[in-house]
Design a protein around this ligand. Structure first.
Ligand code: UD1
Ligand code: CA
Length: 476
């Protein structure tokens, strides 16, 4: 929307969070509170966003930068009115309308912001304010109406008497303003109140003094007006957002065997016909394709999982890419830059880091694959380890297409195995292996005939075996 800017107030201390982290930096469903507010403004079509930051601002700068926002610094938290004043100073002169949002209200939806803007325009009001009816309004500013339904005053709970505390209609702290009105009236605010703060809410009375009105917009969903001031409120907001996220995925064709027992962060996407079992965590920028099966206990963070993949129980993925139809787990660990090829199999207790496994390759049991390039249709036996680290630096292992790696092999990197080669079980490979060769590296086996009978007959007795009679000439 042209000519509309947003100021997001995010300089408050947030004392009630009891945290070293600024309140608006606390994550809700994987992204900072402030991120959700900025995202709503952006999705509402607002192009310019000004972030008013103060206490601990270095910890929220990243969010501001992500949205290409301007930053205004409020050195002292002198109140919401003072914060808005700081924001207005850096606002583009082109903005004729200004939406003011609270950085601590992450449940606000884009559609509601648009409704608020439209309501002010329709009535040519000085401002519109989003309000909500809460069963427990304590802590919020209360909205007092004029007989015609417009807003007469907003009274902070701390400044109000018993009758004010009875009011169930609360101020969300979200407003649309006529910019000229805001610019004229912000300098007129005073801090004559219980908290000795400059209240943005006092603009209501100033509008009436100018003969203008402030229109209320009642939130269709009262949860949207919730501001977060404590860990308890943070937990409640996160639970609401989570439920919304899971519902949206259900609507998009995803099956959750138990929708109440999953944790899916806000930016995660899941394709239709995927089936997700209980106790699954999908976090960060994870993208799950269609028809993916994710079994119980999997934790998938910042990973890409393509169509038709099967993640068996308790697999952990972080920064991994699993291509079409691959099967992973149970109990697999795919770490950053693990790239599992189409149809490949990663089995139990297999850890993969910064390695590419080609199409159709298999590492089914107990292996560590790090800094490796593994070709197509390679079979990696149980207990295979890439010794990629010499205590100082990491080294690569390159394994060609169609290689068969016998069980319990160590690749002492850097090392290259040519295509089609076979590594005999129990090898310690320190030298390159040419294509199609058999590499063996183990002491030849020696059998000492009847050694147990002669030297340790008690072992046979213990094992319930009769002690066999030895041929003539062989004695103990
Ligand atoms: C404010 C409103 C209240 C409303 C409630 C909704 C005022 C006076 N009161 O109260 O009517 O019901 O929000 O949640 O506006 N902030 C700054 N600088 C400051 C003070 C606050 O940037 O000096 C920011 C905070 O970071 C926060 C937002 O403004 O994001 C709201 O501040 P907060 O202190 O939580 O206000 P409330 O007391 O909840
Ligand atoms: Ca608040």
């Amino acid at each position: 929307m042209e000519g509309i800017s947003a100021i997001i107030l995010a300089a408050g201390l947030g004392k009630r969070m009891k945290s070293a982290l600024p309140k608006v930096a606390h994550p809700v469903l994987g992204r900072p509170m402030l991120w959700h507010v900025a995202q709503a403004a952006k999705a509402a079509g607002i192009s310019e966003i000004v972030f008013v930051l103060g206490h601990g601002r270095e910890k929220v700068m990243e969010t501001a930068n992500l949205f290409g926002g301007k930053v205004a610094v409020q050195e002292q938290p002198l109140g919401t009115g003072d914060a808005a004043r700081a924001g207005l100073k850096v606002l583009s002169p082109k903005a004729k309308e200004v939406v003011v949002l609270c950085g601590d209200a992450p449940l606000l939806r884009p559609r509601t912001i648009r409704t608020l803007i439209a309501a002010r325009r329709r009535r040519k009001a000085a401002a519109s304010v989003l309000i909500g009816v809460l069963p427990d309004p304590s802590g919020y500013g209360r909205v007092v109406r004029n007989p015609d339904g417009t807003v007469a005053r907003i009274v902070e709970e701390k400044d109000g008497d018993a009758s004010i505390r009875q009011v169930k209609e609360v101020n969300s702290g979200t407003y649309a303003f006529d910019r000229a009105f805001l610019a004229r009236n912000l300098p007129r605010l005073t801090d004559v109140n219980v908290q000795r703060e400059f209240y943005l809410t006092d603009l209501v009375v100033q509008a009436l003094e100018e003969g203008k009105i402030v229109v209320p917009v009642v939130a269709a969903d009262p949860d949207e007006v919730r501001g977060i001031n404590s860990r308890r409120e943070l937990a409640e907001a996160a639970a609401l957002l989570l439920r919304g996220k899971v519902d949206a995925l259900l609507d998009a064709g995803v099956t959750f065997l138990d929708p109440a027992r999953v944790y899916v962060e806000t930016e995660v996407s899941v394709g239709a016909d995927s089936v997700i079992e209980p106790d699954v965590v999908l976090a960060g920028s994870t993208r799950i394709g269609r028809g993916v099966r994710i079994q119980a206990g999997c934790v998938v963070e910042d990973s890409r999982v393509e169509d038709g993949v099967h993640l068996r129980p308790y697999s952990i993925l972080n920064g991994a890419h699993v291509r079409k139809g691959a099967v992973v787990g149970p109990f697999a660990h795919l770490r950053p830059e693990a790239d599992i090829g189409e149809g490949a199999h990663i089995g139990n207790f297999v850890e993969v880091k910064k390695s590419r496994l080609g199409k159709g390759s298999k590492a089914n049991h107990l292996a560590y694959i790090g800094d490796a390039q593994v070709g197509k249709k390679v079979n990696i036996g149980a207990g295979t380890i890439t010794c990629n680290y010499d205590g100082i630096a990491k080294h690569p292992t390159v394994i060609g297409d169609g290689v068969f790696v016998g069980s319990d092999t160590q690749f002492v990197a850097p090392v290259t195995i040519g295509r089609g080669a076979v590594i005999g079980a129990g090898a310690t490979i320190t030298k390159n292996v040419p294509p199609y060769a058999l590499a063996l590296s183990r002491a030849e086996q020696r059998n000492l005939e009847n050694w147990v009978v002669r030297k340790k007959p008690e072992l046979l007795r213990k094992g319930g075996l009769k002690i066999p009679r030895l041929p003539k000439g062989e004695t103990g």
